[in-house]
Design a protein around this ligand. Structure first.
Ligand code: GUN
Length: 283
């Protein structure tokens, strides 16, 4: 039996339709939700992500600002711009695309964003709020994964979850969200011994490591839900995830594809967070 596929594009379209309706309600009150995105350098993948985020805003009836800086920009210039955006009441969400060039103190940049406008949810105050179970902004990728699990009616209470990857962007917040839903959560990483031992126990397996096709069908429990957060390229230049889709789909019960899985949901939840920030301003 092959797995049921969660179509991230279809779910995104549905959620974005709802968000566009909410954006229209705000607009009628004279508030246009606005996201400001800052990109430093010319990393091609980051440039595509920022372009897609900005385009998605416009399509959902939200405003966007895109600031692009040269790779060798003085960090003071970026800090000054963030301060300006923090103070601008017409801007509701601010994101700085990661990774930043090496001469930047990334943590300091993230801390300089107003927590009320931190739609990525990366500010320490927002990370703390999530950890305490009362999030202000949920980081977009894990938020999108939760929506996907909900849409597929995947049971969470008591489920064994294994997350492969311990990043601040995906692995750690993902663990907090699933823990809050009473899952039993294991986080694996590059130093974990016998990765397959862990992954084979998982009712829900989340792969977020950034290594092409590293999770193969033999590492998956039959009937498990497999969420692939990876976006990699094969030697031939084709997009692929962290999961070997061909072998995994024969074992899993539910699976997300790459492309067309988690990726579109990440952008959708960024829009949701921006809208939420604007709605809070309207109150
Ligand atoms: N780089 C990779 N993922 C993300 C993300 O979700 N937000 C930002 N700002 N940078 C990223």
């Amino acid at each position: 039996m092959t797995a049921k596929i969660i179509d991230g594009n279809a779910l995104s379209a549905e959620v974005r339709g709802q968000l566009a309706e909410r954006a229209a309600v705000l607009k009628a009150k004279g508030i246009t939700p606005c996201l400001a995105a800052i990109l430093v350098g010319e990393d091609p993948a980051s440039a595509v992500y920022v372009r897609n985020k900005v385009a998605a805003c416009e399509k959902a009836g939200m405003r966007s600002i895109k600031d692009v800086y040269a790779v060798d920009v003085d960090p003071a210039v970026v800090f000054a711009r963030i301060a300006e955006l923090n103070a601008d009441p017409s801007v509701h969400g601010i994101l700085v695309q990661l990774p930043l060039p090496k001469h930047f103190d990334s943590a300091a940049v993230l801390e300089s964003i107003s927590p009320e406008k931190d739609v990525d949810g990366f500010h320490a105050e927002n990370v703390g709020a999530l950890m305490q179970g009362s999030p202000r902004f949920i980081p977009c990728t894990p938020y999108g994964v939760m929506k996907m699990l909900e849409s597929a009616n995947v049971p969470l209470k008591g489920a064994e979850v294994v997350i492969v990857g311990r990043s601040n962007i995906v692995g750690k917040p993902m663990a907090m969200l699933l823990l809050a839903q009473s899952c039993t959560v294991t986080i694996c990483h590059s130093q974990s011994k016998d990765l397959a031992f862990h992954t084979r126990r998982a009712d829900i397996l989340v792969a977020a490591v950034g290594r092409a096709k590293m999770i193969t069908g033999d590492m998956i429990k039959p009937g498990a839900t497999v969420i692939d957060v990876g976006i990699n390229r094969t030697a031939e230049g084709k997009l692929c995830g962290d999961v070997d889709f061909e072998s995994a789909k024969e074992v899993a019960g539910v699976i997300t594809p790459v492309p067309g899985g988690v990726g579109p949901m990440t952008i959708t939840m960024l829009l949701a967070n921006t809208l939420e920030a604007a709605e809070r301003c309207a109150k």
